[in-house]
Write a protein that binds this ligand. Sequence first.
Ligand code: ADP
Ligand code: MG
Ligand code: ZN
Length: 615
Amino acid sequence: MDKKFRLSIWYFIIAFWGLIILQEIYFAAQHMDEVSYSQFKAWVQEDKVAEVSITEKMIHGKLKSQNSQDSPQWFQTVRVDDPDLVKLLEEKHVEYAGVVVSTLWKDVASWVVPILVFAGIWFLILKKLGQGAGGGFMRIGKSKAKVYIENDIPTRFADVAGVDEAKDELMEVIEFLKTPEKFTRIGGRIPKGVLLVGPPGTGKTLLAKAIAGEAGVPFFSISGSEFVEMFVGVGAARVRDLFEQAKSKAPCIIFIDELDALGKARGTGPMMHEEREQTLNQLLVEMDGFDPRVGVIILAATNRPEILDQALLRAGRFDRQVLVDRPDRSGRTAILAIHAASIKLAPGVDLEKIAAMTPGMVGADLANVVNEAALLAIRRGRETVQQHDFEEAVERVIAGLEKKSRVLSQEERKRVAHHEIGHALVALSLPGADPVQKISIVPRGIAALGYTLQLPTEDRYLLTRTELENRIAVLLGGRVAEELVFGEASTGAADDLQKATTIAKRMVKDYGMSEKLGTVALDQSAQPSFLKTNEPLGAPTYSEHIAQEIDLEVRRMIEDQGSRVRELLSTLRPVMLKGAEKLLKDEVLSGEELKALLLSKTKEEPSAHHAETRN
Ligand code: ADP
Ligand code: MG
Ligand code: ZN
């Protein structure tokens, strides 16, 4: 979009210079000596003039050439009211003609030509932006050129792999598009907008198409960045047009790719900003204005949900979000199988092995790996693609990716696996901690190397002291596991420590949960501002001495939990090692699997059982 804008500025500059040059040429061709009327008359008297043409205001003429090689010399002079002139010209046998329309023509031309040139350039720009095509100025708002309508989409769910959870969630959307009556009869609420969230290349666009394909409905697609044009109001008109078209084709799907380009808060320039806001507003208006029962479902995709305008996520808009995550090992095997189906594999190619080599890769990367492997085989003049072609292709693709994002080394992955198992084991062992749903070491950007997903069984408004202590313990589990297995901690636990410290601080300062400092709320900064006295904002309401005590108390609390966790994980060491090994292999582990591991191990070793009953 930025590029487009710059492009059209270039058009203007080139057109401007073109005009100036054109004008120069026009006048240069016209160049004549400007002479006085008396000089002109003298030339006539002296028999030097060959011919003249007389217009209302001017007299143009040509001098007789001295010899035939000379180019004729032209001159002009302002016409004076001189009744004797014609007589004089007759006398001297000068050819003369009265030209009336000639100046008029020139006047008109000098106005019309630049206008035509400008109009032409304007038209070209519009066409370049894909609007003016075949319609002229009146169709700026028509989005025909930009909205891609596809009717018989061949993509099916079977073409998308490794995103089973997202598929499950999207089944309902397909059901609705297939048989809207079934839903409307019961009066159930139908989703209006579904937002597909996930890193680039995980198959969001592919999924959206597969939904349309499975449901057998038309698919309107448009990219958020295409909405944002340099002309204010065009984007909004397009949104209106898009919805109009879609409603007439219901049931159907509207897919807005790169929603963040449209829905983000900050702009690149003042012009862009206003345009985006208008477009965004129009989208919100359209989404609010239509009844989902007509059978139009709006899908959108983004890889940056955090920068989206909150208004987009409100109820009745994109209120349902579906995570399209990076695939785990078995998911990657399935994706490789899909893409490898179109190439000839040598017998003995082990896609599982390739999948194990490619942690963190997304569907697009894997499609790339298969393609590279095929190219390598062709380059070597082979008929089929062999295992080592794949292995080399993986290396190539990783080399390309490493420039963009870091790929974890084997040593780092091992550490991350033990760290996450540490969190999970503590959470599983402590009564009252939120149950562990899933443990994953599929890399996801720089922020988190792995994660342990704990789902609360119910919404909690009140937490007891024990529960808070357990939370701190779970947070420390990762770091302690690293210490136990590798002998020292790493920077990977920084975020955990921060969270644990925040909890401990609030326990001491806000909840009065420290015996030492007593049942006093020490931090008053959480009060609403109208209750505030004239104290400066954020100033502590306690003495320096108390501040020191708070720090000590926070430290003691965290250290207490730390030693508790250390003891717990030491007794569970065999489970921890076994679990980490399994996690390294599979990349994801369900809470159930780890629990089974924990139970079988503790049965083998009665001493561990003893440790568990202590909690
Ligand atoms: P996104 O929209 O999430 O950036 P795309 O849907 O455009 O990703 O994916 C680009 C290409 O990568 C697809 O056309 C497909 O070939 C491949 N691909 C991505 N994800 C998957 C997947 N889950 N299963 C199969 N192929 C995939
Ligand atoms: Mg996409
Ligand atoms: Zn952690």
